[in-house]
Design a protein around this ligand. Structure first.
Ligand SMILES: *[C@@H]1O[C@H](CO)[C@@H](O)[C@H](O)[C@H]1NC(C)=O
Ligand SMILES: *[C@@H]1O[C@H](CO)[C@@H](O)[C@H](O)[C@H]1NC(C)=O
Ligand SMILES: *[C@@H]1O[C@H](CO)[C@@H](O)[C@H](O)[C@H]1NC(C)=O
Ligand SMILES: CC(=O)N[C@H]1CO[C@H](CO)[C@@H](O)[C@@H]1O
Length: 332
């Protein structure tokens, strides 16, 4: 069975190689930024405002995050976590956690995130996303690349926009359309979400396979595409440049630009955000909490967060690299 799979994978690779001979997608992009380890410290700001999604978190500044080891850096890793040592005191805003925001913003670009661990577990609501540098939100748009809550096992990628942006139910993507209106003023700002097919695209199962690569293409001519590829499947594909294989394959989530959502009217240059909130409008909503097995551990999400520091040992991001590419421009 294994051999058969390997042969099939090889066969499809050959097809890819032949089709791609004329123009490898990677040749249309230039690597402009590669963030590894210490680079994150200089290229992101640590946000300390109250969580806009009403989570039970206290976002700490960079110095505090480093001191409490809620941010840890080495030559080849960047780690961000929620505190897993202390009960939350009555006067605190919530459990200490981290939210960072890139200093630079990007128009058309390709973002490649290599991560080995994402925050998992009851009450967690981690997200890797981009939003308009200019704003104010929702002007210029929001693109959620990695997002989920509690014990979820499938990633949800979504757009949140100003009115008049909707997506077709059926389109060229591997994932399942969850909702079609991207307009933040309808459906309680649910956004237009796409659920990923792979069980290991999120949470515990993602971490069990050592994570992988999330890739987002933000393009004024094509729209927005998101791919997920596990580390294991990349090894199976062996030797091929990751970028070409990914860009030639059907995305997990695809948000086209067309008459129902004109990209140029809803999106501009975006900064990059990583956060980890706890509870809040999604993970902690009574119906969502009660529907998950997390409710067996505590009657409310907030009481769970306040009293159980040891439950947050796995609530951390571990990032190997974030590479950013922009479209290749011929020198004239
Ligand atoms: C800080 O966090 C890193 C990454 O999780 C870990 O390897 C290290 O042991 C921690 N340091 C301390 C002092 O706890
Ligand atoms: C949305 O589209 C409708 C109908 O075309 C138009 O009347 C309205 O002004 C548009 N709204 C925005 C915010 O662009
Ligand atoms: C959720 O569960 C709590 C505790 O069992 C209960 O008090 C509350 O009414 C439930 N809420 C919903 C929306 O189901
Ligand atoms: C905007 C900004 O601060 N960019 C910095 C990102 O980090 C690199 C080195 O790690 C600096 O050279 C950039 O200036």
């Amino acid at each position: 069975m294994y051999t058969r799979c390997a042969i099939l994978a090889f066969a499809s690779l050959v097809t890819v190689a032949v089709n791609a001979q004329s123009l490898l997608p990677s040749l249309t992009y230039d690597l402009i930024v590669s963030h590894v380890g210490y680079d994150f410290l200089g290229n992101f700001s640590w946000e300390t405002a109250d969580d806009p999604t009403n989570g039970c978190v206290n976002y700490v500044d960079k110095a505090t995050a480093l001191k409490e080891n809620l941010t840890f850096v080495s030559d080849n890793k960047f780690v961000m976590r929620a505190d897993d040592t202390k009960k939350v005191t009555k006067s605190a805003r919530g459990r200490d956690s981290v939210r960072i925001h890139s200093l630079d913003a990007y128009d058309d670009a390709l973002f490649v995130l290599d991560i080995s661990h994402m925050p998992e577990g009851c009450a967690t609501w981690p997200a890797w996303w981009t939003l308009s540098e200019k704003g104010p939100w929702p002007y210029g748009g929001e693109i959620d690349i990695i997002e989920g809550v509690n014990l979820g096992q499938r990633n949800l990628a979504s757009l949140h926009t100003t009115p008049n942006c909707s997506m077709p139910n059926v389109r060229s993507q591997k994932g399942t359309t969850k909702s079609t209106s991207c307009d933040t003023s309808v459906n309680s700002n649910q956004g237009c979400g796409v659920s990923f097919p792979a069980q290991d695209s999120y949470g515990t199962s993602f971490n069990a396979v050592g994570g992988g690569f999330y890739i987002m293409e933000k393009s004024s001519t094509k729209g927005v595409s998101v791919w997920f590829i596990t580390r294991d499947s990349l090894l199976l594909l062996g030797g091929q440049p990751l970028l070409d294989l990914v860009l030639l394959s059907t995305p997990d989530a695809y948000f086209p630009t067309d008459k129902n959502c004109d990209y140029s009217k809803h999106f501009d240059a975006h900064s990059i955000v990583f956060d980890l909130t706890l509870c809040g409008d999604w993970a902690g909503s009574e119906s969502v909490w009660n529907a998950s097995t997390c409710a067996e551990k505590a009657s409310t999400c907030k009481s769970f967060v306040d009293n159980n520091p040891h439950e947050f040992i796995e609530a951390y991001w571990e990032i190997n690299s974030l590479k950013i590419y922009t479209p290749y421009v011929l020198l004239r």
